[in-house]
Design a protein around this ligand. Structure first.
Ligand code: FES
Length: 247
């Protein structure tokens, strides 16, 4: 965990609600992987630094160019400097021989899944993304063309659910912070039934993005009750194996 400075190079509005910010970042951040994010404090021209940082989630990383996706309400401009504390979180654990990845986003913008989808396709894998509820408002042109999009229902079901969960080597789900525990619990129960109580370790992950107050494992505001021990979304996550969660 370290502090670095970044410069905002470009700001691009990509929908009614989202903008993409292109940042020039310290070269050390080029090693980051999907799942890792940053706590940012944009500085004004007097160098004033806000105490509470914003949580920024990358959608791509290329050399020292990082692109993050933010709500349009946050006003940023090219040339602005930001203080970054990073990395927040751990890389999303992927199996060595991952061929087929199933992503599910319901009622949450799939921003945290975009970099992961790009990465898996780049290394030759196949990605199916189920979008439901508010998630269908996401601009699909921002996703890699190779991603298969499936429209789901608002109860965490989708067409050919049995086939796609059987096809997937891994599943990563994203729900809004207020409902994560309940819907991930329902998803885990469904998978347990479909797989006849044989859900392997590291098969289905939920992304936990409750408000990160410190982002460094100090305040425990992001604690998740695990079956064996408590977990912190900002250090153990954001991807938590649902087999380890006590619902
Ligand atoms: S946000 Fe403070 S411990 Fe996770």
């Amino acid at each position: 965990m370290r502090e670095t400075r970044a410069i905002i190079e470009r700001v691009r509005r990509v929908s009614n609600t989202l903008q993409q910010i292109e940042l020039s970042v310290d070269s050390a951040l080029s090693q980051y992987q999907p799942g890792q994010s940053i706590m940012a404090a944009p500085l004004d021209h007097y160098g004033w630094e806000p105490y509470l940082r914003e949580h920024w989630i990358p959608v791509s990383m290329d050399g020292n160019q990082m692109v993050v996706e933010l709500p349009v309400e946050r006003v940023h401009a090219p040339g602005q400097v930001a203080s970054l504390i990073s990395p927040v979180g751990s890389p999303i654990p992927l199996r060595d021989r991952l061929h087929n990845l199933l992503l599910i986003a319901e009622d949450a913008m799939p921003t945290p899944l975009v970099w992961l989808a790009r990465h898996v396709i780049k290394v030759g894998g196949a990605v199916t993304l189920v979008l439901a509820g508010q998630a269908i408002r996401y601009p699909l042109e921002l996703l890699p063309p190779a991603v298969e999009i499936v429209l789901g229902e608002t109860d965490w079901t989708w067409p050919e659910q049995v086939e796609t969960t059987g096809w997937a080597d891994q599943i990563v789900a994203l729900a809004p912070s207020g409902t994560q525990l309940s819907v991930y619990g329902t998803l885990y129960d469904t998978l347990t039934q479909l797989r006849h109580h044989d859900v392997p370790d590291d098969f289905v992950f939920g992304l936990f993005y409750q408000a990160f107050t410190c982002g460094v494992g100090a305040c425990h505001s992001c604690q998740i009750t695990g079956r064996k021990k408590s977990l912190l979304a900002c250090t153990d996550g954001p991807a938590i194996d649902l087999k380890k969660v006590r619902f």
